[in-house]
Structure formats: C-alpha cells, structure tokens
Design a protein around this ligand. Structure first.
Ligand code: CDP
Length: 221
C-alpha cells in the first residue's frame, strides 16, 4: 500500500459559527493540521494597528505588507503564524481587533499578502507528518482551496452566535463583522456552490462534528 492520500477539509462560516471548536476536534480525530485563518487576519491586523498603519492608507499598507516576514510555528496541532518571528498575543481576541479586522480583511492587498502563506500550510502539514489539514475561515472553500476534499459551510442564527461569544466572555460585533465580510468585493463570505451547508443553531457541537466526521470518514474509505 502506498502513502495515505493527503486530505484538505475546508470550513467556512460567519462570526462565532462554531468553526474553531469543530476544526480542533476534527484535527484530533483525523490527525490533521488545524489552520485558523481568522487568527492570521487578526494577528496581521493587530500588527498593522500597532505600527500605526491605517486601513485607509493604501500606500503605507502596501509598503508594510511587502516588508513583513511570515513563518509558521506549531502549537500542538495548530499552525501559528509568526510575523517577523513574533507569535500573536492574546490581544488578537480583543474588542479593538474584533472591530478593526474586517476593515483590513476587505483590502485585496491584505488578502493577497496571506494567500500563498495559507496555501503553503499544505507543505507544513506534510513536513510534520499530518494526514491532511483542516482550514477554517471565510473563503477557504471558495478561494484558497476550491478543490478541497470536503468543503463545509456553517450557519447559525445571530442570537445563538452572540450567546456563544458572550459565554466565552468576549464582546464581539458579530452582525457587523458578518455584514462587512459578506458585502466586500474581495473574497466575500459566501457558501460556495457544492459546499455542504450545516445549520448549527439547534445542534450541539458534538452533533455538528458527528455530521462532519461521518462525511470525512466516507471520503477516506
Ligand atoms: O471570531 P470568528 O471566529 O468569528 O472570526 P475569525 O475566524 O477569527 O475571523 C476574524 C475576521 O477575519 C473575520 O471577521 C474576517 O473579517 C477575517 N477573515 C477573512 O476575511 N477571511 C478568512 N479566511 C478568515 C478571516
């Protein structure tokens, strides 16, 4: 028997739709590298804000993006993005980043700066002996890996999502981020044709994961 095929699982969805929790469990179950691309956008946003580069100053943004060096460090099964060798701090989940990130993420040059880096996570996963990767975000099934083994799209009612975020002790503008993420021109948040749509409003995390892992198991058989 040859080596097992490398699998790519894409999970997209709106703010607090359950992407991170389900991705982490699937990574554990199937020996996949977990890649949270939202954390990349958050880290880059926090870094640009710290450097005083406004999302409205395109020349400064382009110059800064051209200089930053992105690399990867593993944290358990998760890929952590380093900017100039520095990992993200807890600040990436702060209210400031919550309200700034979608403005930066709407800029094509910002998305372009992360494109190859995100695709390059396949090499990271292979190098560390993972069976594949599970990548979560907004445009994974539509732009980053349209030919992924499986593409999921998670939905949940905004009130339920706000409840989940509050239970995590976070203040978040879920509806506003979804509005900005869905209406931008560059890689908007959308359920791509052919993706498997899961409404998690009335499902527990275990039920969502069970649906996904049953489908992954079939595709591996
Ligand atoms: O907090 P939550 O899990 O809902 O969001 P996140 O996955 O951490 O993503 C934070 C923000 O990054 C989103 O609101 C988007 O503006 C942006 N993002 C994106 O544009 N594309 C991705 N693939 C992932 C995140």
């Amino acid at each position: 028997m040859g080596p097992l095929p490398f699998i790519i699982v894409a999970i997209d969805g709106g703010a607090a739709s359950g992407k991170s929790s389900s991705s982490r469990i699937l990574a554990e179950q199937f020996n996949l590298l977990h890649v949270d691309t939202g954390s990349f956008y958050r880290h880059l946003t926090a870094d640009l804000v710290r450097r005083g580069v406004s999302h409205q100053d395109l020349p400064a943004l382009i110059a800064t993006l051209g200089r930053v060096k992105l690399s990867t460090q593993l944290n358990g099964r998760s890929a952590q993005m380093l900017i100039d060798g520095q990992p993200a701090g807890d600040g990436i989940r702060s209210q400031d980043v919550n309200s700034a990130v979608s403005h930066y993420a709407a800029i094509p040059e910002v998305r372009g700066a992360l494109l190859d880096y995100q695709r390059g996570q396949v090499g990271v996963a292979q190098q560390h002996g993972f069976r594949g990767l599970v990548m979560e975000g907004r445009d994974i099934g539509s732009v980053i890996f349209p030919a992924a083994t499986l593409r999921f799209f998670l939905h949940a009612e905004p009130a339920e999502r706000a409840k989940r975020r509050a239970a995590e002790g976070q203040q978040d503008s879920i509806v506003e981020r979804d509005r900005l993420d869905s209406s931008r021109k560059a890689s908007p948040l959308t359920c791509p044709t052919g993706a498997i749509d899961i409404d998690s409003t009335f499902l527990t995390l275990d039920e969502v994961v069970a649906k996904m892992s049953a489908l992954i198991a079939v595709s591996l058989a």
